[in-house]
Design a binder for this molecule. Structure first.
Ligand code: CMC
Length: 391
């Protein structure tokens, strides 16, 4: 009933107009504000990309210095937020802690609730980009029973995050340029991806006039699922379960079995039907990073064998299922000493740049309306209430 177009999962519905990110799924093209992802990955930095996404243009030297200065000076979290985090059970998942603590920012920064003021909106975006890594590292430190470390603002964005995460300032991994570069690149590749589930969630919540912290917290919750950002954690667990290259054929058979819910995690994408350009960059990077760090991870062999087996299998070829951004990223995170349960948090840190850019764009979109999908009703016709004794 009803005269609506039924589009389960929004496979063919554009919910907004946006000038931020362009994807051509058939050709494997991804552009941020017109710039190809491979050029940004090679030449830019995450913070510059964050500026580009929200401002629309690459910054000149002064603009970048101002932006970096502002982000750096908003990295501290409110001291009471620390006690909020300390109320969690010791084994809380860091995604739960991140979603909750970002939502709680609504209660700390009331001044940004004047959404009519462009300066307040901009400040909210800066606060989110600056504080999400601090909250993420704090959630991790809490989960391992270590004291939370304050952001060291003499460091750059990525080094500061590494410093907050890891115990010993002299630990060789920390402030290692290979590690910092790899992490910066992963943040760039995850920074935006137009109307994916989490960004659409940010926009849906934002469309009601809710504040940006609540909107981004909702995006973090949407990202957590294994069909979306949670796939990177699921990939690594799956590769570990497969264990050795000998077991790859068995896993492929299971993934093809329609009576088995098992899927190859890190394969397939709603939009990319040729290849995921981010996966291509990450694949090359995995070999480079493991080589440079002198790491020989048997999971990389399993991953390569799995990719090879899937790419020549009719099931995957016919359905155009290729490795996506999450397939190799976990192996790099592991090489960088990032624990598995933090993988989706890492995705969230990068994607925060995109979420705030979309939220800002939506606030000035004259055509933006409250998001309110319709449904095809499949329930009962009208019927009369029965008293409890008569049911
Ligand atoms: N393993 C086995 N079969 C698959 C897979 C997979 N990973 N992905 C899709 N299929 C099959 C699916 O069973 C269906 O087959 P059939 O037509 O016979 O029913 C067909 O391919 C189409 O799949 P779909 O689920 O209708 O496609 P979708 O566009 O709704 O879903 C997806 C896209 C990414 C959710 C899905 O491919 C998937 O679950 N992949 C595994 C999880 C994953 O890697 N997610 C990360 C996505 S990329 C980054 C991000 O968003 O975070």
């Amino acid at each position: 009933t009803g005269c609506f177009t039924y589009d389960s999962g929004f496979t063919a519905t554009a919910s907004c107009k946006s000038a931020i990110t362009y994807i051509d799924g058939d050709e494997g093209v991804l552009l941020y504000r017109g710039y190809p992802i491979d050029q940004l990955a090679e030449k830019s930095s995450f913070l510059e990309v964050a500026y580009l996404l929200q401002a629309g243009e690459l910054p000149n030297a002064d603009e970048f210095a101002k932006f970096e200065h502002e982000v750096t000076h908003h990295t501290m979290m409110h001291e009471s937020l620390k006690s909020f985090l300390q109320g969690f059970r010791h084994d809380a998942h860091p995604m739960a802690m991140l979603a909750a603590s970002v939502a709680s920012m609504s209660a700390f920064y009331h001044d940004t609730l004047d959404l009519q003021d462009p300066e307040q909106r901009r400040l909210a975006a800066i606060r989110l980009i600056a504080k999400v890594p601090t909250l993420a590292a704090a959630a991790y430190r809490y989960s391992i029973g270590q004291p939370i470390r304050y952001p060291r603002n003499s460091l750059g964005y990525v080094d500061r995050f590494l410093h907050m995460m890891f115990e010993m300032p002299s630990e060789p991994l920390e402030l290692n340029p290979v590690v910092a570069k790899a992490m910066d690149l992963l943040f760039i590749l995850h920074a935006d991806h137009e109307q994916n589930a989490s960004t659409s969630t940010v926009r849906l919540v934002g469309s009601t006039g809710a504040n940006p912290y609540a909107s981004v917290a909702a995006g973090i919750a949407a990202l957590w699922g294994p069909a979306h950002g949670g796939a990177n954690e699921a990939v690594l667990k799956q590769l570990a379960e497969i264990g050795t290259a000998d077991n790859v054929e068995k896993a492929v058979l299971r993934a093809k079995d329609k009576n088995d819910p098992f899927r190859l995690m890190g394969f397939g994408h709603r939009v990319y039907k040729n290849f995921d350009p981010r996966a291509k960059i990450i694949r090359e990077m995995t070999h480079k990073v493991l080589g440079e760090l002198g790491i020989n991870d048997p999971l990389l062999d399993v991953a390569m064998k799995l990719e090879e087996a899937a790419l020549k299998d009719d099931y995957f070829v016919e359905r155009k299922l290729y490795p996506n951004v999450d397939f190799y990223s976990g192996i790099i995170y592991k090489a960088l000493n990032i624990p598995t349960e933090m993988f989706t948090v890492m995705f969230a840190i990068g994607r925060t740049a995109g979420w705030v850019a979309h939220w800002l764009e939506q606030q000035v979109d004259p055509e933006a309306k409250i998001g309110r999908p319709r449904q095809i009703y499949t329930g009962y016709d009208v019927r009369d209430y029965k008293d409890a004794g008569a049911r």
